[in-house]
Design a protein around this ligand. Structure first.
Ligand code: MLT
Length: 256
C-alpha cells in the first residue's frame, strides 16, 4: 500500500485488526525485516510496517531526513489509516523516529519499545563519522553497504547469518544514494530525547544486545534506570530481531 506525502510515495503494509502496533526499521533496512513476525502478530492486532523515507520502496523527501520529518511521515500514515493511538517498536534508527513521534504526538503513543536504540544524541566522534560515511556512500554505495552491514554483528554472527545479511545488503543496494545520505545527515543532527522518554508514563522498554557495536550495552543498562524503562537484555549484536529471533518474537507477542 502507498500514500502520497509531499513529493513522494510512502510505502507501508497494514495487516490484522485490534490494538495497532507500528514497526519501524533501522538505517539501511526496510519494512521487510519485520516479515517473520507479521503473521503471528497480525492474528491478534493491527500491524503497520512503514518503509521510512529513502529506504525500502519509499522515495526521498529532502536532502536531510531528520527524525522529526520521518515521524511526520509515520503520523501521515496513521492518520490515513484512521489510527489515533498505537504502540511502537523501532529498531535503531526506527527507535529514534519513534521517539521523535512520541515528542510530536504523545497522545497517540500507547507504548514504546526501542530495539538496539537509544534516546541519546550522537557523540562528537559519531558526528564526524557520519560526515565520513556520507562521503564514502557518495563514492561507492555498494562498498559502504557491504562494510556497514558486516559491522552490525560479531564476526561469528556474520558467518551464522551469512544468507540473511546478504539479503539485507542486496535490499539496501536498491536504495538511492541520496536516501542513505539523507538518513545519515538526519541521524547526525538528532537531538537528545532522554527527557521525552522519561516523561512518557505508558509501557516502555529498551532491548539491548550485549555485543552491540553501535549502541553500547553498558550505556543502556545505566540509562534504563534513569528513564524508568524495562530493560530487555539480549546476548548478541545490533540486530536482535535477527540474531535473537525467538526471544524477540516472544517479546513482541507479549506487548499490549
Ligand atoms: C541503525 O541501525 O539504524 C543505525 O546503525 C543507527 C545509527 O547509526 O545510529
Amino acid at each position: 500500500m502507498k500514500l502520497h506525502f509531499r513529493n513522494t510515495d510512502i510505502y507501508y503494509t497494514a495487516k490484522g485488526t485490534g490494538n495497532p502496533l507500528v514497526l519501524l526499521h533501522g538505517f539501511l533496512e526496510s519494512s521487510k525485516i519485520w516479515e517473520p513476525f507479521m503473521e503471528g502478530l497480525a492474528k491478534k492486532r493491527q500491524v503497520i510496517c512503514i518503509d521510512l523515507p529513502g529506504h525500502g520502496k519509499t522515495g526521498i523527501i529532502e536532502e536531510v531526513h531528520s527524525m522529526e520529518l520521518m515521524a511526520q511521515v509515520v503520523k501521515g500514515v496513521l492518520d490515513h489509516l484512521g489510527i489515533d493511538k498505537a504502540t511502537f517498536v523501532g529498531h535503531s534508527m526506527g527507535g529514534y523516529v519513534s521517539l521523535a513521534f512520541l515528542e510530536l504526538d504523545p497522545q497517540s503513543t500507547a507504548g514504546l519499545v526501542l530495539m538496539n536504540s537509544t534516546p541519546e544524541e550522537d557523540t562528537a566522534e559519531k558526528r564526524i563519522n557520519r560526515d565520513r560515511s556520507v562521503a564514502v556512500v557518495e563514492r561507492n554505495k555498494k562498498a559502504y553497504i557491504t562494510t556497514a552491514i558486516s559491522g552490525l554483528v560479531t564476526p561469528a554472527n556474520n558467518l551464522r547469518f551469512k544468507a540473511e545479511l546478504a539479503n539485507l545488503r542486496s535490499i539496501a543496494n536498491t536504495f538511492p544514494t541520496e536516501g542513505i545520505t539523507a538518513a545519515l545527515k538526519g541521524m547526525k543532527i538528532r537531538t537528545n530525547k532522554r527527557e521525552v522518554l522519561t516523561n512518557f508514563k505508558n509501557f516502555k522498554a529498551i532491548i539491548s544486545g550485549k555485543n552491540d557495536p553501535i549502541i553500547p550495552y553498558d550505556s543502556i543498562e545505566k540509562l534504563v534506570k534513569e528513564c524508568n524503562c524495562q530493560f530487555i537484555s539480549m546476548p548478541d549484536g545490533h540486530l536482535s530481531y535477527l540474531e535473537n529471533y525467538s526471544e524477540i518474537d516472544k517479546f513482541v507477542h507479549f506487548i499490549d
